[in-house]
Design a protein around this ligand. Structure first.
Ligand SMILES: NC(=O)c1ccc[n+]([C@@H]2O[C@H](COP(=O)([O-])OP(=O)(O)OC[C@H]3O[C@@H](n4cnc5c(N)ncnc54)[C@H](O)[C@@H]3O)[C@@H](O)[C@H]2O)c1
Ligand SMILES: O=C(O)[C@H](O)[C@H](O)COP(=O)(O)O
Length: 376
């Protein structure tokens, strides 16, 4: 059996070699020619999986080691009887870590206080819920815009309109990119919606590029005379970045909010499990062997510091989002690489999830658990 797999899927050979012959490829440039003789295709979000790629091939199973699935033509796969599996929730903790690292950065560099502010979350799926729970556990007032979840049984949150979510002082985006259905998200946040965003607000965009209209965001930023704090991980038209937007954001990262070591490994692992089930083969690799432990298992903080600083410094001990921003800006300044965005992602410096580490501090155990640190 021939398996074509994106070279950026961690542990892919270790996991899949016992199931077939694994060939690693560059996912962004994958061609029909490369896949037509294969049986199994394993991708990440940069590969458009559609008729153009698959028609006439013998692919029977497509796995995407990602949460987002806007790169997959699900109708085409269903029509051709090709089994599909993704990795829901694999990197939800990683994205939540990114959000709180971004907030910590704003606090430590600009003195922006976020703990007492009202928070609006757009998209209440695996990521949005994780972020919501962390804010709630910290005692913040939080509301959610998710029209699809609002009326679903068992969904409990403070659901509000998009306008109300955008009027919060911290707004965190975790909606997928969709173009159809009752609530398509492409350009969902445009000139009119951005009028709700007040001066001194924080916007974190770690869902998909294209949900917020970037020209409108830039215009609103200037209208508010730069009184807007922006943390951007996803961009309209990746792998390109709008340089006018890059110039005004506090944090710019190359779509790596979900790139914790464990989050990416969990993506591979979930697809591995799904493929074994599809092939009716037993899994041979245990979860513990597929998912790495963290590099720092415990940190002890001493001294009398305020809650916001304690949280910020603990989080930055594990992951300071500024390092990814600095790497990106450095590469764009140098401008010596062909595809800077993809290079940064391929050469990502690993980071561990907060849940791999215990932090001890006299004043803040509950707060440290709230932001995802391991307290067991
Ligand atoms: N930056 C990254 O590295 C990164 C990592 C993981 C996920 N993502 C993106 O974030 C998205 C969310 O991840 P998830 O795991 O929570 O996905 P999910 O599928 O669990 O949840 C998506 C949520 O968005 C809601 N939604 C759909 N249309 C909406 C709309 N018009 N307005 C508001 N909400 C809407 C859905 O009802 C659902 O609750 C993914 O689709 C993916 O594109 C990005
Ligand atoms: O959808 C997801 O899971 C994330 O956007 C994911 O982190 C994207 O990473 P990629 O597949 O592009 O490597």
């Amino acid at each position: 059996m021939k398996i074509i797999a994106d070279e950026n899927m961690p542990k892919v050979e270790m996991l899949f070699s016992h199931l077939g012959e694994v060939t690693l490829v560059n996912g962004r440039n994958l061609t029909h020619e490369q896949v037509k003789q294969a049986d199994i295709l394993l991708v990440r979000s940069v590969t458009k999986v559609n008729q153009a790629l698959l028609e006439g091939s013998q692919i029977r199973f497509v796995g995407s080691a990602t949460i987002g699935i806007d790169h997959i033509d699900l109708d085409y796969l269903a029509q051709k009887g090709i089994q599909f599996s993704s990795a829901p929730g694999c990197n939800a903790q990683a994205v939540a870590d990114y959000v709180f690292s971004g907030l910590s950065h704003l606090y430590l560099t600009k003195g922006v206080k976020w703990l007492g502010r009202k928070v609006g979350i757009v998209g209440f799926g695996n990521v949005g819920k994780t972020v919501y729970q962390r804010f709630k556990a910290l005692g913040c007032e939080v509301c959610v815009y998710d029209p699809l979840k609002q009326h679903q049984d068992g969904e409990v949150a403070n659901f509000v309109s998009l306008a109300e979510a955008l009027s919060c002082q911290v707004i965190s985006f975790h909606a997928p990119l969709t173009r159809t259905g009752s609530y398509p998200t492409e350009n969902m946040v445009n000139v009119a919606q951005l009028e709700q965003v007040a001066a001194d607000s924080i916007i974190i965009s770690a869902g998909r590029g294209g949900v917020i209209n970037e020209s409108a965001l830039i215009a609103r930023y200037h209208e508010l005379q730069g009184q807007l704090h922006l943390v951007m991980d996803v961009w309209q038209g990746e792998p390109s970045i709008n340089q006018s937007l890059l110039a005004i954001v506090d944090i710019a990262t190359p779509h790596i909010a979900g790139y914790s070591k464990q989050g990416r490994e969990k993506g591979s692992w979930m697809v591995y499990q799904a493929l074994c089930e599809f092939l009716q083969q037993p899994t041979k690799i245990a979860y513990e062997d597929a998912i790495s432990a963290g590099n720092f298992t415990s940190i002890q903080m001493l001294g009398d510091i305020c809650k916001e600083e304690m949280l910020a410094r603990s989080m930055h001990a594990l992951y300071d989002v500024a390092r990814d921003d600095a790497r990106l800006r450095y590469q764009y300044r140098q401008n010596t690489k062909e595809n800077i965005f993809d290079w940064l992602r391929k050469n990502y410096v690993e980071r561990d999830e907060f849940n791999t580490c215990q932090v001890q501090h006299d004043s803040g155990q509950a707060n440290l658990a709230a932001v995802g640190f391991n307290q067991s």
